[in-house]
Ligand binder design. Sequence first.
Ligand SMILES: NC(=O)c1ccc[n+]([C@@H]2O[C@H](COP(=O)([O-])OP(=O)(O)OC[C@H]3O[C@@H](n4cnc5c(N)ncnc54)[C@H](OP(=O)(O)O)[C@@H]3O)[C@@H](O)[C@H]2O)c1
Length: 371
Amino acid sequence: MKAVAHSELGDADVLRVTELDIPEPGPGEVRVRVAVSGVNPTDWKGRSGAYGAAAGELPLSVPNHDGAGVIDAVGPVAGGDGASGSAAESDGASDGVGPGAAGAIGAPFAVGDRVWVSLAAYQRPASGTAQEYTVLPVNRVFPLPDGASFELGAATGIPALTAHRSLTVAEDGPSRLAPGALDGHVVLVAGGAGAVGHAAVQLARWAGATVITTVSGETKASYAKAAGAQHVVNYRDSDAAEQIRAIAPEGVDLIVEVAAGRNNALDLAVLKNRGTIAIYANDGGTPFALDIGQNMGLNVRYQFVLGYTFGWDKVAAGAEDINAAIADGALPVGEDAGLPLIEFSLDRTGDAHRAVESGAVGKVLVKVADL
Ligand SMILES: NC(=O)c1ccc[n+]([C@@H]2O[C@H](COP(=O)([O-])OP(=O)(O)OC[C@H]3O[C@@H](n4cnc5c(N)ncnc54)[C@H](OP(=O)(O)O)[C@@H]3O)[C@@H](O)[C@H]2O)c1
């Protein structure tokens, strides 16, 4: 099969189009024929060595955690006679996850099922989605609701799971999302035209929140509005805090934060007492020191969010709610929905990485196959 892989860390030039054997699923695993691969900043950061140099030789690595496609084979039932069976009947032991990880979203998988996947290459370097087939533990695979395109499925993964987690960690807030779950809550999404920001705006609106978002200019403002934000503020305006306070005089309940250091002063100026700042990135890299008195006075809760480690139980719960939102038509992608799709061929996966690395506005995808 055709794949894109690398065996050293470095810039996008390390990515090579290559031929690999089609992998076989083991117990608790399924093989997915990939239609579309989704590219996130973490994919180029991992490829480049930004997370630290790997000790020793890098194993053959296939990039990209997110994707969508069709179940092509299911692994043997754990403890069975080796015959193929429903992947969700197995115990997922290969990933250290107990029974029901896939069953939690009620979907035993069968050959032909349409799915979206996420965190594909986490601790499994050869399992990224920039290849025609990938084998994954069932707890990284989720049914793609009827009518949802493979593009939507590949755009969902890390951005939507990160947004879901960020929206469900607030004090006095819900731990799950559904229509009405955020009724009466004011959510500030920093960077509403980003991939995670877009998903956060959409999920928060679906759950009933009043959504304010910040952007850096007019084009991004129009994308954030198209995503559903009722209020958009340019965070570069010197009176951004006053603008947000005018919209939410009592302050905002929850902030979904992409630039924790740069925005900390703004966040504290608009946060309600007992509010939560959910930090999933520190874009800009600005370090910050907490003003203990101000934070204590506001009873601030800081919640850090990292998709790799926030827990497979949270991933399963997030995927279930996200799928309900997709089924409701609440998570559309594309220019009209505020998230332009920028698609590359599998051969041009390196260019897809370069696009994300240089801050492409929208969602960068790699078309792997017409399925
Ligand atoms: N923790 C996790 O699990 C997790 C998961 C997904 C992503 N991430 C990280 O989150 C970051 C964003 O990912 P993404 O896929 O959403 O990237 P993206 O699509 O490039 O979006 C980033 C957005 O943040 C905006 N932004 C930058 N500085 C800002 C500021 N000070 N205030 C408000 N908005 C600001 C950018 O717009 P402007 O520059 O024009 O403002 C851009 O729209 C990356 O660093 C990524 O690695 C972390």
